[in-house]
Design a binder for this molecule. Structure first.
Ligand code: CU
Ligand code: CU
Length: 476
């Protein structure tokens, strides 16, 4: 397929490929690429990314993006008979958790590594990155460390600042590992401070990891079974991603192990409430401040029925959705029209007769530009091909499913003119990879385009701030 999909630049990380490339959708030519090992990173798993709106209004003239990387033992998860660890490549320069800021220049036609934000701020995180709705900063999180941090936007050779960082810990009611989350407990959210001695935070590389490996998609229950070792699995909340409400200061910090999200007010950095996505217990739970030395808040959960993962806000401002995994296999949708998040209510669940047991499982998501449809990647274990389900956001019913799209379908993205949906696939492995394209409104398949790498994410580079609400800002 070489149809012209419009004048858009499509940016995709290559995960185990160790870099990121930009494809011009106007003809499917690779525009530019970067490989992080070229800069001395000995294990750059190019994981998640998000792009800032182009300052000139034209991404072809230049743009910047942030790209998180994993490293360390995460490379050992995929059954590759590699000598990377015994050769010392996972030591100092292969620990990952870099947050690279990269610039593309239309003048030179090249990408340039501008900054490692982990080095600048001392906060090393390796998972989801999401730009603020005003384009003037971004959030990054990491479910191995349970840290979410919020950063300013630097341009060119300026340096990024850490605006705020939190860690979420779990204090279980039960003393048994197998009951750590199901029998309930307390989420403790703590504001982190920079180290006085270093003048920056002290969370680079693997420092602060509670687990030695990230929880792969749908791997949350392996933690309670003792199958993901590490320094502190019992305190895990799985703070993996932050999504932003396009309308205002609210961000949702997703706690995979705790079945919901903490809503944060970015205008004063205070947590507001906890949204429970599972079908057991209250839907909106208070957050209580318990200390100011340092600032600490708690949320009490009587039980956690199931883990959650990907989430996001509808650009229309009506809905917030979260995927329920494993013990439940559904997507919770909340009514978030009220200006006060403490009034947000869980309205119901998207379920499918097809989603039985643990798989196939709703995974990543995005919305149509008009907000009338939700696009869900639905994961089947490799080498099976995953699906894309389309949901009507008025009835919350599945109106179409594309079967056998490709292995490991990850995030989807719309072109900002609302014409096409781009579904990237081949998440982590050495499997067929590419992008599946269909029309946003009429849901007709357009075809496939090659796209090299074991993608875990994708973004269409925005040309203006207003486009962020359809971008890697509100959904993951
Ligand atoms: Cu991931
Ligand atoms: Cu995730």
């Amino acid at each position: 397929m070489c149809a012209n999909l419009g004048k858009y630049i499509y940016l995709t990380p290559q995960k185990l490929g160790g870099g990121t490339h930009a494809v011009d959708l106007n003809g499917h030519r690779t525009l530019a690429w970067i490989a992080y090992w070229n800069y001395g990173d000995t294990c750059p798993i190019s994981h998640h990314l998000a792009a800032f709106p182009a300052d000139s209004g034209d991404p072809y003239k230049g743009f910047e993006f942030v790209n998180s990387t994993q490293g360390g033992d995460n490379i050992l998860m995929y059954g590759i008979p590699t000598k990377i660890k015994e050769r010392g490549l996972l030591d100092k320069y292969g620990q990952g958790n870099h947050i690279y800021r990269v610039g593309y220049s239309g003048e030179t036609g090249q990408m340039e590594l501008l900054e490692d934000i982990a080095e600048t701020t001392g906060i090393g995180l390796g998972v989801h990155t999401t730009i603020f709705p005003d384009g003037e900063g971004f959030a990054c999180a990491d479910g191995q460390k349970d840290i979410a941090a919020f950063f300013s936007r630097a341009r060119g050779h300026e340096k990024t600042k850490a605006l705020m960082a939190f860690r979420a810990d779990w204090i279980a009611n039960s003393q048994w590992l197998g009951e750590t989350w199901t029998k309930g407990g307390t989420i403790r959210l703590t504001r982190l401070s920079p180290s006085l001695e270093l003048g920056k935070y002290d969370y680079e590389g693997t420092k602060g990891n509670k687990l030695n490996y990230e929880m792969a998609p749908m791997a949350e229950l392996l933690v309670e079974r003792g199958q993901i070792p590490g320094d502190s699995p019992r305190t895990l909340t799985g703070l993996d991603n932050v999504t932003h409400d396009p309308r205002g200061p609210w961000s949702a910090m997703c706690l995979r192990m705790c079945g919901g999200v903490i809503i944060l007010d970015r205008s004063n950095w205070q947590p507001v409430c906890f949204l429970n996505a599972t079908d057991r217990g209250e839907d909106n739970i208070p957050v209580k401040k318990v200390s100011s030395m340092p600032d600490t808040w708690e949320v009490k959960l009587p039980a956690v029925k199931n883990p959650v993962h990907e989430a996001g806000f509808n650009p229309s401002g009506r809905d917030f959705v979260i995927c329920n995994n494993l013990r439940d296999n559904s997507v919770a949708h909340f009514d978030v029209a009220n200006a006060d998040p403490r009034q947000w209510k869980r309205r119901g669940f998207i379920r499918s007769a097809d989603w039985k047991g643990e798989f196939p499982a709703p995974f990543h998501l995005c919305f149509s530009v008009d907000g009338s449809k939700l696009f869900l990647s639905v994961l089947r274990p490799k080498p099976a091909m995953s699906d894309v389900a389309v949901i009507d956001t008025r009835t919350w019913k599945i109106i179409k499913t594309f079967r056998n799209v490709g292995p490991d379908c990850e995030t989807a993205h719309v072109t900002y003119d609302g014409k096409y949906v781009l579904q990237i696939f081949s998440g982590f492995q050495r499997l067929p990879a590419g992008v599946f394209v269909f029309t946003q409104d009429t849901l007709e398949p357009v075809g496939y385009a090659p796209n090299f790498g074991g993608h875990h994410d994708c973004v269409v580079v925005p040309s203006k701030v207003e486009e962020l609400k359809y971008s890697r800002c509100c959904t993951v």
